[in-house]
Design a protein around this ligand. Structure first.
Ligand SMILES: Cc1cc2nc3c(=O)[nH]c(=O)nc-3n(C[C@H](O)[C@H](O)[C@H](O)COP(=O)(O)OP(=O)(O)OC[C@H]3O[C@@H](n4cnc5c(N)ncnc54)[C@H](O)[C@@H]3O)c2cc1C
Length: 631
């Protein structure tokens, strides 16, 4: 796992180190330095945003001095609990409560496998033939593979694609990259990966995941091109019988435990239009991007302005003759610092030679998400006084509206079309990849009239305009409401899980378990994605994998064979979840629930966990055994 930006040792002089510190996250520098020195002058400094020139100079000088004398590879020992808490409080200049500390203590990732389940006493004997089947080899399936490998419990990953990576194997459209900074979008147990850019490109994330799969022993236990069709529970024998499509035809496999890591964004949603069959051009979904596609000289329509549509517009517009962007609903689109920027050699050096910097940079980058709960909690008094949501959210709306104006100049008509009439944070925030600027190009037009139908040569809009195009890019997202689909799981009474969910969409207990489907654990399941006070998704994949592993460990330690969530616990949890969700912006008018893929066709919050992040962390890490039945 290498990088091209490693400096040669001769180039590392005081100036080089200084440049590194100046480019670095100064909060992380401050905490890492304090961890080594316990220098009261460092502790007395405020957080980076509040540093004055003298404080900044003091911090940088002290860091450079320390690094000149002490730099070298390695990672500090995990501090004692009270010391860790002091450092974490110092990092954000806030005293955190016990609930928050419990949720955040593993974020600096000093342990080899933070948050994973490990044997406490002696490992029990694993019964002959006992095995875990993991469906999917994206981030979630890999987390599960590493987790069960760590416990020494035999597992097999079944992956329908020919390689690991999930989302990052499937999506290869132009300019695909992460929109959450890579230091937060990586596993805490892989501490050595050297991202070449702050926001990793798709190919690099794919190669990262393949590297993780190989380094941690998952790859060799993976059967690629194996697609699960149906899993049927055999209650007498406490096993799942899996039917899989493979290159050799249909195969069956039995597993004691199934981890459903099928992915939420795994099955592309293909829109259908009247006249589609008559259209003579090419229709492209970003998740089915042909490697040899060349936009040069083409007239292209782009449907969709979510994360993907926004990522691919600028590079397409550079080559195409003309691009028509069809917008149904405007999005809140915002810039990110260092988006598209390489990790500078000086910062790379710091990551390699300033022990603790990686840990505290990671912590600080994740800490940026701690306060997000505030954005989605409407403030009644604020609203009664004429506000829209609350002070924080309205302030953000103003900032983002200002951003649109700066990006498209003074074109008032365009600004009006681009400004959403609902609140930020109602939907997934979209990161700007030069989208607004691309709209101001001479060869790009924003079309806000609806699409009436496709014609042989292009698109007819609802106001009767004919727009001729050669290619239609449908950046219309994924079938996010159809968990585990198109596979089926048949539980204790033979019922299909999709039938069980037919009343108002997929539901689970803690997003992980469903009554009547014993020994099945979903990762990134229904109502899983934390909305607020979050900590980055890869941490959650590990948390859910560890939850499953704790249950399996309990079975093995007690000699039992079956674990299942009680119906009463499932119903109680979901009732509380619905109540909690109803208090949040997303289900209120200002959150435009009818335009939001987080909300399902039954008007229910479907993708997200509505809980305050640290509370959801507690629920998923402190197992309530009374809610489960082990037999
Ligand atoms: C374009 C794009 C960009 C994104 N960017 C970010 C980001 O920057 N930050 C972020 O936090 N999240 C991002 N996401 C969300 C992303 O999906 C998750 O972060 C993460 O990749 C999900 O991992 P997963 O393993 O749960 O699912 P997936 O990555 O979807 O993996 C699921 C795997 O299961 C396999 N599978 C499914 N069904 C079967 C079956 N029946 N049999 C066998 N195999 C099966 C699939 O082939 C796939 O490999 C992005 C999503 C997309 C689509």
């Amino acid at each position: 796992m290498s990088s091209t930006t490693d400096p040669t040792p001769e180039t590392v002089d005081r100036d080089f180190i200084r440049r590194g510190v100046e480019l670095a996250d100064l909060n992380a520098v401050r905490v890492a330095l304090y961890q080594h020195t316990h220098d009261p002058a460092i502790a007395a400094l405020p957080v980076a945003a509040q540093l004055d020139d003298a404080g900044r100079a003091l911090l940088i000088d002290k860091a450079v001095d320390w690094l000149e004398a002490n730099s070298g590879p390695g990672m500090p020992e995990e501090p004692e609990e009270s010391e860790l808490r002091t450092l974490m409080n110092l990092a954000t200049a806030e005293e955190m409560g016990d609930l928050e500390f419990a949720a955040r203590r593993e974020l600096p990732a000093f342990k080899p496998f933070p948050l994973m389940t490990e044997w406490q006493g002696e490992k029990p004997e694993i019964p002959e033939g006992f095995n875990v089947a993991i469906i999917g080899s994206g981030f979630s399936g890999l987390a599960a593979g590493v987790q069960f490998g760590l416990l020494g419990i035999p597992f097999t990953v079944f992956e329908r694609r020919p390689e690991p990576g999930g989302t990052w194997s499937v999506n290869r459209y132009p300019d695909i990259r992460v929109d959450t900074i890579s230091i937060t979008y990586e596993f805490a147990f892989e501490k050595e990966y050297r991202w070449s850019e702050y926001f990793g490109r798709g190919a690099e994330v794919r190669s990262y995941l393949e590297g993780v799969s190989k380094k941690f022993g998952v790859f060799e236990n993976t059967k690629f091109e194996h697609e699960l069709r149906t899993a049927t529970w055999d209650d007498d024998r406490s096993v799942w019988v899996l039917e899989l499509d493979t290159p050799n035809g249909v195969e069956t496999h039995e597993a004691n435990i199934v981890i459903g890591a099928h992915g939420t964004f795994a099955n592309p949603r293909f829109p259908t239009f009247e006249g589609q069959d008559d259209f003579q051009g090419l229709i492209l979904h970003p998740a089915r991007w042909p490697a040899d596609f060349d936009a040069t000289g083409k007239r292209i329509g782009v449907i969709g302005n979510g994360s993907t549509g926004v990522q691919l517009l600028a590079p397409i517009a550079e080559d195409a003759e003309e691009v028509f962007v069809f917008q149904r609903t405007p999005q809140w689109i915002s810039p990110r610092e260092k988006y598209g920027a390489p990790v500078e050699p000086e910062v790379r050096w710091l990551l390699d030679n300033f022990p603790g910097y990686w840990n505290w940079w990671r912590y600080m980058a994740i800490a940026a998400l701690f306060g997000t709960h505030g954005y989605i909690q409407p403030d009644d008094e604020w609203i009664a006084n004429g506000g829209k949501v609350n002070a924080m959210n309205d302030q953000l709306r103003e900032t983002l509206t200002g951003y649109i104006q700066t990006q498209v100049g003074g074109d008032e008509e365009l600004i009006a079309k681009l400004t959403p009439d609902y609140a930020p944070f109602s939907r997934r925030p979209v990161v700007d990849n030069g989208w607004y600027k691309a709209l101001t190009r001479d060869n790009v037009e924003l079309v806000t009239e609806g699409i009436a139908r496709l014609t042989p040569t292009g698109i007819e809009t609802t106001d009767g305009r004919q727009i001729d195009i050669d290619v239609l890019i449908t950046a219309t997202g994924f079938e996010v409401m159809r968990y585990l689909w198109p596979s089926d799981y048949k539980g204790k009474d033979g019922q299909s899980i999709h039938e069980f969910w037919s009343e108002d969409g997929p539901r689970a207990y803690l997003s992980v378990a469903v009554p009547n489907y014993p020994n099945l654990f979903m990762l990134y399941g229904p109502n899983s994605q934390p909305l607020s006070g979050g900590t980055g998704l890869p941490i959650w994949y590990v948390i859910w994998a560890a939850y499953a592993a704790q249950c399996v460990k309990e079975l093995l330690e007690t000699g039992k064979t079956k674990v299942e969530v009680k119906l009463e616990a499932f119903e109680r949890y979901n009732k509380a979840l619905d109540i909690e969700a109803s208090t949040l912006l997303l289900l209120q008018d200002e959150g435009a629930p009818d335009k939001n893929y987080y909300v399902n066709e039954f008007g229910r919050l479907q993708v997200n966990a509505p809980w305050y992040g640290p509370e959801f962390h507690r629920l998923c890490t402190e197992i309530n055994w009374d809610d489960l039945e082990l037999s």
